[in-house]
Design a binder for this molecule. Structure first.
Ligand code: GLY
Length: 336
């Protein structure tokens, strides 16, 4: 009976998947971007590729969390996998700027001491999340940008590549398909509650298609795209960055929990589906996208207001050791 009592209760509230709160040994959630995403039923072959990639990312996280690896290393390993996978708009496969070049953003934050690091507009760092971590760990700064950030990453011994490394056939497909559109959303992220009760959040992105003038999105902006506080939650956002910056989305979810005592699912759903609500023409602040978040109990929230969000979560229950894992693209989550 106990096992049944502890089994996952996944509640679909609009497009917000909420996993019921209970004490967990560890928990991880990931995203691979939100936006106008093809209904998985329309193209099952393609959906399978995404489900499999999301599942692999969760398994990488699980294998590390299960042997006590700490949150930042787990977040980096998982984000590295997503950065190296051309299916996603981060690292290899990133979307391109107006000039056809690649400028990448990333951030990481630890909830135990509020330390954070970020890079913006890097052009040669193979895995920008690693450069963000190096900023956090090895400098007195929080965010480095442009050529300085590339130089810093090289000096740290991180893997450096030609800018053309980031091109993938998929990117070129996007370029053809989206030539007439003004934007392309998509980002990857990972949030973790580790074995030691610490929260970490990380986000990495190529930004928005055809971005100009050194545009920086929300992903590397602490509080807008990435945030972690052990007292509240760890969050990684994806979507139309300008709106997420204006509404300090990640920080606002954390603040609602801290100052209004709102549970994570309520706070995150309010910001994504009320403040950024895209389903009313009256809302000038409508910004499409979503977020993934985990709190100190291991409660996971994955709200989005777009047609879909590549996402997944996994957690291990403390008492009975059961592991629950699901991935999703459209409104439904599936066990993979
Ligand atoms: N959310 C990613 C960006 O706007 O750059």
């Amino acid at each position: 009976m106990k096992r049944f009592r502890n089994i996952l209760v996944a509640v679909l509230l609009g497009t917000a998947t909420i996993v019921s709160a209970q004490t967990r040994e560890f928990a991880i959630a990931i995203h691979g971007g939100a936006g106008t995403i093809e209904n998985p039923e329309k193209n099952p072959e393609r959906a399978r590729l995404y489900y499999a990639a999301l599942d692999s990312a969760l398994v990488i996280g699980y294998d590390l969390l299960a042997v006590g690896v700490e949150g930042p290393q787990v977040v980096m390993a998982v984000v590295n996998y997503l950065e190296d996978n051309p299916l996603f708009n981060a690292g290899k496969g990133a979307t391109c700027t107006f000039d056809g070049t690649f400028e990448l953003d990333a951030a990481i934050m630890e909830g135990k001491d509020l330390t954070a690091g970020a890079v913006a507009g890097v052009k040669t760092v193979k895995n920008p999340i690693n450069a963000a971590y190096a900023v956090k760990t090895n400098t007195e700064h929080v965010m480095l940008s442009g050529p300085g950030a590339d130089d810093f990453a090289a000096g740290q011994g991180l893997e450096i590549v030609e800018n053309s490394y980031f091109i993938s056939p998929r990117t070129m497909e996007w370029v053809e398909k989206l030539k007439l559109e003004s934007k392309k959303n998509g980002t990857v992220g990972c949030v973790v509650l580790d074995f030691y009760g610490n929260l970490t959040a990380g986000t990495s992105t190529g930004g928005m298609f055809k971005k100009k003038w050194g545009r920086i999105g929300n992903a590397p902006v602490i509080g807008a795209g990435t945030y972690a506080d052990n007292e509240t939650c760890a969050i990684s956002c994806t979507g139309h960055g300008e709106y997420f910056i204006r509404h300090a989305v990640a920080f606002n979810v954390s603040a609602r929990m801290k100052y209004l005592n709102e549970p994570l699912p309520v706070a995150s759903d309010y910001i994504i589906n009320t403040i950024l609500n895209i389903n009313t023409i009256l809302n000038a602040d409508a910004g499409n996208g979503g977020l993934i978040a985990v709190d100190k109990e291991g409660t996971i929230a994955l709200p989005f207001n777009s047609t879909g969000m590549y996402r997944g979560y996994l957690y291990k229950e403390k008492e009975i050791g059961a592991v629950v894992k699901e991935v999703g693209i459209g409104p439904e989550m599936v066990t993979w």
